[in-house]
Design a protein around this ligand. Sequence first.
Ligand code: ADP
Ligand code: CDP
Length: 237
Amino acid sequence: MEKRQELYAGKAKSVFATDDPDLLILNFRDDTSAFDGERMESLERKGMVNNRFNAFIMEKLQLAGIPTHFERRLSDTESLVKKLEMIPVECVVRNVAAGGLVKRLGVEEGRELTPPTFELFLKNDALHDPMINESLADTFGWATPAQLAEMKSLTFKVNAVLKQLFAEGGLLLVDYKLEFGLFNGEIVLGDEFSPDGCRLWDADTREKFDKDRFRQGLGGVIEAYEEVGRRIGIGAD
Ligand code: ADP
Ligand code: CDP
């Protein structure tokens, strides 16, 4: 397998073609963005930490029967994945109120959400990822009702697996965002799962161990990501 040209450089990862048209290489960079790319900083080790984190989680999800794009980790910062036709819709599940939900609805941060909520956002930085719904996704052709139903079902399946995994490490999975794509017509989990795209709190103290440390200028961002890794059993290699 040979690495070819760069196809896309996103805010945190770069995507490379390979000599296999069905496979891509994701390069996890140290770049860290918040507020739709308004704030950018390079955090040492982040690419490596998130690449390992994502590989560990994707393997757990795959074992639980969730189809993912993940093939294997290639280096400290690179992973081989299936090339998906990405669906521009972000799926968010929340177990506890935080972030955008608190701002939007004025509910108390930390309130347990039963049942957990499911939201859809359009992946579009220029529009600040606006909230959408099934009807809009269908009308504008972003995803069909059948695809959305499958994405929702898989997003909740991920919740069952990961809530338990993090709970075993004394962590609360507050919320997270997933992206899906199509591979030979099948809905497959793509992109990444790392503390960049979820909220994780200590179950007792509610200390934050995710990207909110960066958003809120709390410091110790990568140290917190590494602590999560230790708690859920991610080894050095
Ligand atoms: P962003 O585009 O939001 O700035 P990243 O920096 O993480 O995000 O860039 C990675 C890009 O690669 C994202 O646009 C994501 O949708 C896309 N992507 C992730 N996994 C795959 C895949 N398996 N096939 C094709 N594209 C993918
Ligand atoms: O994080 P923010 O307050 O902007 O939005 P949110 O709707 O509260 O985000 C819910 C969850 O999805 C958080 O864990 C975010 O980190 C994640 N998310 C993401 O990773 N990327 C986005 N574009 C939007 C949300």
